[in-house]
Each structure stands twice: as C-alpha cells, then as structure tokens.
Design a protein around this ligand. Structure first.
Ligand SMILES: *[C@@H]1O[C@H](CO)[C@@H](O)[C@H](O)[C@H]1NC(C)=O
Ligand SMILES: *[C@@H]1O[C@H](CO)[C@@H](O)[C@H](O)[C@H]1NC(C)=O
Length: 398
C-alpha cells in the first residue's frame, strides 16, 4: 500500500471513530431493577446452571472462541444479551456505558454481556443481577503484544515509520523512540490487558496503584482464564457455572495460520515482556492463582475432564468440519462463514462445513463455526457500521 492509501485510511478511521454512535443518551442512575426470569425445568442434578455472565472480552486472547460459547449458551436458554448497537463493540476504546446497550431503557436487566469494551465495573454491574458471574481471559503479555502488533499495527499510525522486514523487532529495539502514548490507537501496543480492564496502561510499574488494580480485578472477577490453558480454563468455567460438557465444546475461532505466527523467543520475548510490564505483573498474579484453582479442583480430575473435552471437540470436528480442520480465507466457500480479517494480510482461518451432516447436529455445527459478526447478526443485532466498514475495505482491498 502507498503512503497515500495509509493516509486516506487514517482519515477514514478518524472520521469513523468520532461519530457519536449510540453515545448520545446520558447515563441513567437506575440499577437493574428485576432479575431476568430464569427458564423453567433446567436439567441438572446437584446444581443449577448459572445463566448470568459478564465476559470482559479482552483482545487477542482466544476470546472469540469463548464468545461463540456464550452466544450458543444464551441461545440454548433463550437468555437476554446486552448487545451494542451499530457495531460489534461498545464504542471501544471509550469506556463502557450502559446507554451504549442496544435498546437500553433505565432499569433494564440482562443475562449476558460479552462484546469488546473498555471495562467500567459500575456501569456493567448496573445491568446484571448482583449474583452475575464475571469472567475474563488473559494471555502471556509478550505473545499478546506480538499478536496485537500484527493485527492492529496498521491502524496505529506511529508504526508506519517502522521500516525493514521485521517491524516488531525494530520496534522492540527502542520502543520509547517509536511509541507515542497520545498517538491514535496507541493503546493496542502497550499493556493492552490493563487498558481493556479499564485501567491506565501508562502507569509507572512501581506505582502502588498497580497492585491495587490487580487486587481489584481479583475481587471483581470470579474466574480469570488463561489463553495458554484454554481447555483447563473451560473446565473451571463449567464447574463454576454448573454447565454441561456440551456447553463448552468448541472449534478454535479467529486463529491465525500457524505459518504466520512468529514465535517470540529469547531476547525479543524478554523485551516484549519488559515493554508490557503492567500486563506482565497482572499475568503473573493470575497465572499463580489459576494453578491454585486447578489444585483445588484436583489435578487428576482436571486431566480427566480436559481429556474428555478434547475427545468431544474431536468428535464434533469429525461430524461437522470438511477436511476436519481450519482453512485459509480464500478456501472458505460460504461468505457467511468468512471471518473478519486484520488489515493487510488475510491470515485468519475459518471453516467449511461438511456437505451432509445429520439433522441432529446440523444446527450445532453451523453455530460452532459461525464467526462473531455473522452470529450477532443472526441474533438480531444491527451491525451497520461494521458492515459498512467491511464493504469499504473490500472495495479498497485493504
Ligand atoms: C444470589 O445468591 C444468593 C446465594 O447464593 C441467593 O440467596 C440469592 O437469592 C441470589 N440472588 C439473586 C438475585 O439471584
Ligand atoms: C505460569 O505458571 C506456571 C506454573 O507455575 C509456570 O510453569 C509458567 O512458567 C508460568 N508462566 C508464565 C508466563 O509466567
């Protein structure tokens, strides 16, 4: 792409990001007044499945896969989602406000909130029952940074100055030289987890606020999952929410082609960790507490449950997926199964369904492979801004 098209793109993004979609109403002081009604006759022996879930969807952490799980669960029990309006996030990177929820009326109460947002506890909490379960996903910040750099780099103008074949390495050699904390979209390239969770991602790592924020996350979230141990995380989630195995089966969504994922090792890994020091502290804390939870759950029991989840995923793969694995965007036959791509390279994989799937599984298979945008559209969300952007990109071939 030429300098000019970068510039044109930048202007487009700028205009787009300043349009006041959905943000016009002032926040209302009222709380969620009555809990949404639970469906009757829920099957389960010793506990009742929990239906009220807030998923703080972080970026580049396998969160699209979890989103798919939550959308399916919500459909299964006919739950009420708090969706954004116009596009598929809550006016990110601005803070979440309840007035951003599609068709929000004061006093409204929802079962599930699961789209990208910059977290605001009080605003989110006002929309769900006091007993709602809060969950989120973290990932090793060095790898998260790498992923974010490749996925979002193009929409962070100060990276356009980077030259050479390995922009990431160049950046990490002297991040302070390139990074502009006030730059457009700068938040994507430093301590993105801290930012998404609603904190100042430019804090001095030695500030006592850092520890205070980390403890606050621990207080507010009932489960902090880890991308690296996604299956173990899902087993803990299933236990916490009293769900069934069928509720957590999944196919990996929004993953990159393996050959396009550079492994950050040695010096670069060290630099990326140091550059994202707040996230590193956060991750270290929750990596430790995660393993305490696994310990409490029982190591052997965990191994058994993970094995049965993987068996079930593989069984579903054999039932649903043509060729039994993910394919490049260009090989996905149906537009309805085409995932959203980062700008530049089409590296995000998707799926083709088998031609003949028995009636019993056809719905489930289709849901499991449906990307976020299409799934939300199916659930009645009007994503006109996202779609418009999709067409503009298609037209400009970016
Ligand atoms: C919240 O949970 C407590 C104990 O688990 C229960 O007694 C209470 O009824 C629940 N409240 C709501 C609004 O569901
Ligand atoms: C997370 O904790 C595990 C178990 O203690 C440890 O082996 C691993 O190195 C930790 N990961 C990171 C990135 O700190």
């Amino acid at each position: 792409m030429s300098e000019f098209s970068y510039f044109a793109l930048f202007i487009l993004i700028l205009i787009w990001s300043t349009l006041p979609f959905g943000g016009l109403k002032a926040p209302e002081p009222t709380r969620c007044s009555s809990p949404p009604t639970s469906p009757a006759n829920i099957p389960k022996g010793s506990c009742w499945p929990k239906l009220d879930v807030v998923f703080m969807k972080t970026h580049k952490t396998a969160s699209s896969t979890l989103l798919n799980i939550l959308l399916r669960f919500g459909q299964k029990y006919n739950l009420k989602f708090a969706f954004p309006s116009g596009y598929n996030d809550f006016n990110y990177p601005s803070f979440f406000k309840r007035s951003l929820v599609h068709n929000y009326q004061p006093g409204d109460c929802f079962n599930i909130i699961c789209n990208h947002m910059r977290f605001s506890y009080s605003e989110v909490h006002s929309l769900v029952t006091p007993n709602a379960t809060f969950i989120t996903v973290l990932r090793d910040p060095a790898h998260l940074f790498e992923s974010s750099f490749h996925y979002f780099g193009m929409v962070v103008p100060f990276t356009w100055r980077l030259t050479g074949p390995d922009k990431l390495a160049k950046f990490l050699q002297d991040p302070d030289h390139y990074y502009d904390p006030k730059g457009f979209n700068a938040h994507y390239l430093r301590n993105l987890l801290f930012f998404d969770l609603g904190y100042d991602s430019g804090l001095d790592p030695r500030s006592p606020q850092v520890e205070a924020h980390i403890l606050e996350v621990e207080q507010r979230f009932h489960l902090v999952m880890l991308q690296e141990y996604f299956d173990e995380s899902l087993v803990l989630l299933k236990e916490l929410l009293c769900w069934e195995l069928e509720d957590i089966v999944y196919f990996k969504l929004n993953a990159r082609r393996a050959s396009t994922v550079p492994r950050l090792t040695g010096e670069l890994y060290r630099r990326a960790t140091a550059w994202n020091q707040l996230d590193a502290l956060l991750y270290r804390h929750f990596n430790a507490s995660f393993w305490h939870k696994v310990e409490a759950f029982g190591r052997e029991r965990m191994a058994r449950e993970v094995a049965s989840l993987r068996r079930e995923n593989e069984r579903m793969e054999r039932i649903c997926i043509d060729g039994e694995h993910a394919v490049d965007a260009k090989d996905i036959e149906k537009p309805s199964l085409q995932p959203w791509q980062a700008m530049g390279a089409k590296t995000i994989l998707g799926y083709n369904l088998k031609k003949h799937i028995s009636h019993q599984y056809s719905q489930l298979c289709r849901k499991m492979v449906t990307p976020e945008i299409q799934y939300m559209t199916e659930l009645g969300v009007n994503l006109w801004v996202t779609k418009l952007w999709w067409y503009i990109r298609k037209f400009l071939q970016i």
